[in-house]
Write a protein that binds this ligand. Structure first.
Ligand code: NAP
Ligand code: MG
Length: 400
């Protein structure tokens, strides 16, 4: 075999849990290590080691990502009550993704992997739609109350000098009701906008953004204005040079246009819109197992992963010695995405070319009719064959 492809800077490798941890090792052994002289700084985010280190390992892995600029992450368990006993945990540790996102201040971009034979429910969507969700504030950090009849509700803001500004929200005459307070910050909206503009330039795709600024004349309008100001001041020239567009419209109009579109752009969404629309878009493209995810920080740090979880049900089968047919495609693409980004940052065209080949071999394998059970159920190819978890990776390796 020819010499392995060399790397200069390490990649931050975040290992994880359950079935995806099993797949992680297989991908490395079968698809990466035979071809690449892998330089990685390894962090074990498996729940046992997070518990052992009081979750310090998660923080350390995020700090290392800041330092090196590129990470690849395996799916991890977010503990709940059942996991407390299953893993005998000291504490109900927070979601690693939440911790990492808070440290990197990033935005998550989710993109479906499209293959022949799996037709989206919207057949005109021949190119991927990438959803970017602003993951801070709004209804996710709200304060709510139930309100009694006869109450008067006001919004009160006390500034740093102690001055109060008041706005009447509602007087509850003749009925009880509910109220909700929510917020966002210019800093967070700016970070979100920057991540979106950078990602659009990086992937050479148009960027769409939409809010309800006609109704929400201060709140949503602030989002619109911040995006517009940053675009004019810092990104317009680069967008024009790259031949891509920044497009703002009302959220209702955006939804209608998305349905009619052929895909191939990034759709930046406010927090709630992104929560809802990412599930709709993922389902429409066919399978959560074919959805990649990358966290991009406003200063250009990238963390790649699969959008799905640890596939617990398959793992329990695996533990019982039963055969599994778990889809490794999104995790393979997390690796190829991270290797390609490393190659771009370090000017290593061979590493970028390897990432391209790995993705092509994966897609070609499925399009030749070899696939895992989840895709087998969806595929309209006339001749198809269901293979097990490792069988799929071996088939990809044969094409590499
Ligand atoms: P999940 O792991 O995404 O799996 C849900 C179901 O979707 C699976 O049971 C399976 O359906 C199907 N599926 C998902 N990925 C698949 C794949 N690669 N190949 C084949 N089928 C796939 O979600 P979950 O079961 O709700 O969560 C399990 C654990 O993952 C939880 O502890 C959660 O905290 C964690 N999680 C982590 C992340 C992350 O790290 N980013 C994200 C989400 C969830 P069938 O069983 O019908 O085959
Ligand atoms: Mg959701």
């Amino acid at each position: 075999m020819a010499d392995k492809i060399k790397m200069t800077t390490p990649l931050v490798e975040m290992d994880g849990d359950e079935m995806t941890r099993v797949i992680w090792k297989m991908i490395k052994d079968i698809l990466i290590l035979p071809y690449v002289d892998l330089k990685s700084e390894y962090y074990d985010l498996g729940l046992e080691y997070r518990n052992e280190t009081d979750d310090q390992v998660t923080v350390d892995s995020a700090e290392a990502t800041k330092k090196y600029g590129v990470a690849v992450k395996c799916a991890t368990i977010t503990p709940n009550a059942a996991r407390m006993t299953e893993y005998d945990l000291k504490k109900m540790w927070k979601s690693p993704n939440g911790t990492i996102r808070a440290i990197l201040d990033g935005t998550v971009f989710r993109t479906p992997i499209i293959v022949k034979g799996i037709t989206p429910y919207i057949p005109t969507w021949t190119k991927p739609i990438t959803i970017a969700r602003h993951a801070y504030g709004d209804v996710y950090k709200n304060t709510e109350m139930q309100v009694k009849e006869g109450s008067r509700l006001e919004l009160v803001c006390t500034d740093s000098e102690g001055n109060e500004t008041r706005e009447l929200i509602h007087c509850y005459d003749g009925t009880d009701g509910v109220v909700q307070g929510m917020h966002n910050t210019d800093r967070s909206i700016r970070s979100f906008a920057r991540s979106c503009f950078n990602f659009a330039l990086d992937s050479k795709q148009d960027l769409w953004f939409a809010t309800k600024d006609t109704i929400s004349k201060k709140y949503d309008h602030r989002f619109k204005d911040i995006f517009a100001e940053l675009y004019e001041a810092e990104y317009k020239e680069a967008f024009e040079a790259a031949g891509i567009e920044y497009f703002y419209t009302l959220i209702d109009d955006a939804v209608a246009r998305v349905i009619r579109s052929e895909g191939g752009y990034i759709w930046a969404c406010k927090n709630y819109d992104g929560d809802v629309m990412s599930d709709m878009v993922a389902t429409a493209y066919g399978s959560l197992a074919m959805m990649t995810s990358v966290l991009v920080s406003p200063d250009g740090v990238y963390e790649y992963e699969a959008a799905h979880g640890t596939v617990q049900r398959h793992y329990y089968k695996h533990l019982k010695g039963e055969t599994t047919s778990t889809n490794s495609v999104a995790t393979i693409f997390a690796w190829s995405g991270a290797l390609r980004k490393r190659g771009e940052l370090d000017s290593l065209p061979e590493l970028c070319a390897f990432a391209d080949r790995l993705e092509k071999a994966t897609i070609d394998t499925i399009e030749s009719g070899v696939m895992t059970g989840d895709l087998y159920l969806l595929s309209t190819l006339p001749e198809k064959k269901k293979v097990n978890t490792e069988g799929f990776l071996r088939a990809v390796a044969e094409r590499l």
